[in-house]
Structures are given as C-alpha cells and as structure tokens.
Design a protein around this ligand. Structure first.
Ligand SMILES: *Cc1c(COP(=O)(O)O)cnc(C)c1O
Length: 367
C-alpha cells in the first residue's frame, strides 16, 4: 500500500490537487498560446484576462462593493506592514493597533517608523486570547485602526469584526483566514492577505481598499508600496508576479466551484472542531493554549504533556506523526508545541487522519 500524506504547513501551504494538475499542463503551454503560463507577458491580452478574472472572482466571492479597488502587490504581508502606514498615516499622523499576537506586534513596530502608534488592547503575558472590547482604548482621531483577523503563530482569531469610532477606517490583515468565511467588506477601509496560506502560492498579496482612502500617501512612500499608483495602473505599474496571480485565480475558481466562502467556513468549523474536541476530551494529554472564544479555525495550536508542553513528548509526537505521513505539524519556533494549519485546501479527510492519529497516539502513550 502506498503511504498517504497530509500537509498541515502554516504557509506556504497546501494547494488543491485539482489546481496543481491544471497548472502542470499550463506550465508547458498556456491555452493555445504556444508559450508557458510562466512566460506570458504582463501586457498581453492573455494576462489581462487572468488578472481581470481573478479580480472578478474576488468581487463575486466576497461581494466586494463597487467603491472598493482590488490591488495585486508584492512584498508579502510584511510589505503591507509598511504600506498601510505609508498610505494612511498622513490622515492624522497616529494610528491604533490591536496587538493580539506576533503578526500584529510586527505590524505595529513597522508602523511606528512612520507615525505615532498606540497599542490599544491591554496585554497580560502571552497571546492566548483577545481581551473584551470594553477594555480597548480607541482614539477617535486615529488615522486608522489596525488588527490581524487571525494570528497564525499563536492560533488566536477574532470571531467578529471589531467596532471602531465613526469615521476611522478599519484595516485588517487577513493573510491566514482570507476566504475562509463571508464578511462585510463595507466595514473595512483596507483588507489585505498574502496568497500563500489560503489562496495560492507565495509572491502576491491581495489588497482591497475603499476608493476614498487613495490619493494621500506619505511623500516618501515607494511606488511599489503606493496604493494610489498601484490602483491607477491596475496593478501593472511594474511587472507583477504573473504566475502567482494566475495561481490565485485558479484557487479562487476552485473555491467558487466548491461552494464559495460559505462552504469554506462550514468546512473550517468542521475541521477545527474535530481537532479541538479531541484535545478537550483528552483529559490533559493534549492541551489547547488559546481561550475557547479566541480559538482559531485555521491554526489549531496545542501542547502535549501539560499546558506548558513537554519538549520531549512533543518531539516524540511530531516524529511519530511524520512517520504516519502527517507533515509539518511543528509549532512556530517562537511558541513551540504543535500547530495544525487547516486552511481551505486541507480536506476533511486529511483532518480525520490527524484526528484518528491523535486518538490512537494517546491510547498508546497514556501514562
Ligand atoms: C504569514 C503572515 C504574514 C507575513 O507574510 P509574509 O508574506 O511572510 O510577509 C503576515 N500576517 C499574517 C497574519 C500571516 O499569517
């Protein structure tokens, strides 16, 4: 019997197999062009169709209102940590950051180069949950309020869109839970996400921005991070990551075919509940770190051998999982433990294989 493999990587992450098979052919020849999809000019009609259809799929899947622009940028999520202040900070020179984990902390640090940054969520110790909104200190004069919808490293996810003072644009990093649930785009000023978690491969970052926020970047803003320049040039100011945009379009077509973001949400809940319920029923053999109300549906972080984890027991668990073909379950180096990333392409069947493994592993290793 050939061994099965399931890939739980946090990003770059699994891409649906059907999509990969299609790409395999297109790498040799794209449609009837006699050239590889890797070779298609960004100024050609073929690429025009690729970028146009990727935008249209996004508009359809997320019900993006007409007064929002969709941009394809480079520099990853990290590039956006700078792009956001470079484009929005001039409004008042200060911004509010909801720091709920490593990624929003990095974003706040980057933004502080360009303006006055306030961390508005009280923090006690490690990131294990989102303190209640009543404890936040939001400034009605802020240029924007920034948050990360899903903290990929810690497995902390906000389960609803935060309320912000009237007139203050809300900015969200959705890199790791983009297209995993429906949401109301009109509540946001800017939404962005790198492709390599849920919507493709590394190299492209999608930005959705309300039109009225364009036109006021800091004078030092580099052209490649400038939302206004990018929008004006339809994401073709310079050579865009053509292949990564194509992969994104193919993944979004797959999302639509599978039933859209509503179906992705249903699957995310089914998958993450399957793993959390094994953790919760394990009698302490496995321990979830994050508070129940903030548990991520896409990055399930847990410990083996007590709430603080036991390094040796975790290493043994990971080694055995790898032998069984359950790959890349190791937690982020900064927090340790185990992390199962259950993004859209990770199937219910993959998740069940992990669930079955966790149950049998516990049975064999109970003290
Ligand atoms: C992965 C990730 C990033 C960083 O993305 P890069 O493409 O590596 O810059 C930022 N924010 C979140 C939430 C992420 O998951």
């Amino acid at each position: 019997m050939t061994q099965e493999f399931s890939y739980f990587a946090p990003g770059p992450a699994k891409i649906p197999e059907e999509v990969l098979r299609g790409l395999q052919e297109e790498i040799l020849q794209y449609k009837d062009t006699h050239v590889s999809v890797l070779e298609v000019s960004h100024r050609s009609k073929d690429f025009g169709n690729i970028i146009e259809s990727t935008e249209q799929l996004t508009r359809e899947l997320l019900h993006v209102p007409a007064n929002y622009r969709i941009l394809f940028m480079q520099g990853g999520g990290t590039g956006q940590f700078a792009a956001v202040p470079l484009n929005l900070m001039p409004r008042t020179g200060k911004a509010d950051y909801l720091v709920t984990g490593s990624w929003s902390a990095k974003a706040a640090k980057e933004a502080a180069k360009y303006g006055q940054v306030s961390e508005v969520v009280p923090r006690a110790g490690r990131y294990v949950g989102v303190p209640p909104p009543a404890t936040w200190t939001l400034d009605p004069q802020a240029s924007y309020v920034y948050y990360c919808a899903n903290e990929t490293v810690e497995g902390v996810e906000l389960q609803s869109v935060p309320e912000v003072p009237a007139g203050v644009p809300l900015v969200c990093d959705m890199s790791s839970n983009f297209f995993t649930r429906p949401f109301d785009v009109s509540k946001f000023g800017v939404i962005y996400g790198g492709a390599q978690k849920n919507i493709g491969c590394a190299g492209v970052t999608m930005v959705i921005i309300r039109e009225d926020l364009l036109g006021n970047p800091l004078p030092v803003c580099p052209s490649v991070l400038d939302y206004t320049v990018t929008a004006k040039n339809k994401s073709l100011y310079n050579t865009p990551p053509t292949f990564a945009i194509h992969v994104m379009g193919e993944v979004l077509a797959w999302v639509r075919q599978e039933g859209g973001v509503e179906e992705m949400e249903r699957r995310c809940l089914e998958k993450s509940n399957m793993i959390y319920s094994i953790i919760d029923k394990s009698g302490g053999f496995y321990s979830a770190v994050v508070e129940p109300g903030s548990r991520s549906r896409v990055n399930v972080v847990f410990r083996v051998g007590g709430v603080a984890g036991d390094k040796q027991k975790e290493a043994a668990f990971l080694e055995e999982a790898t032998k069984k073909g359950l790959l890349s379950l190791k937690g982020h180096r900064s927090v340790g433990g185990v992390r199962a990333s259950l993004y859209n392409a990770l199937t219910i069947k993959d998740t069940r294989r992990l669930a079955d493994f966790m149950v049998s592993y516990q049975r064999e290793h109970r003290a």
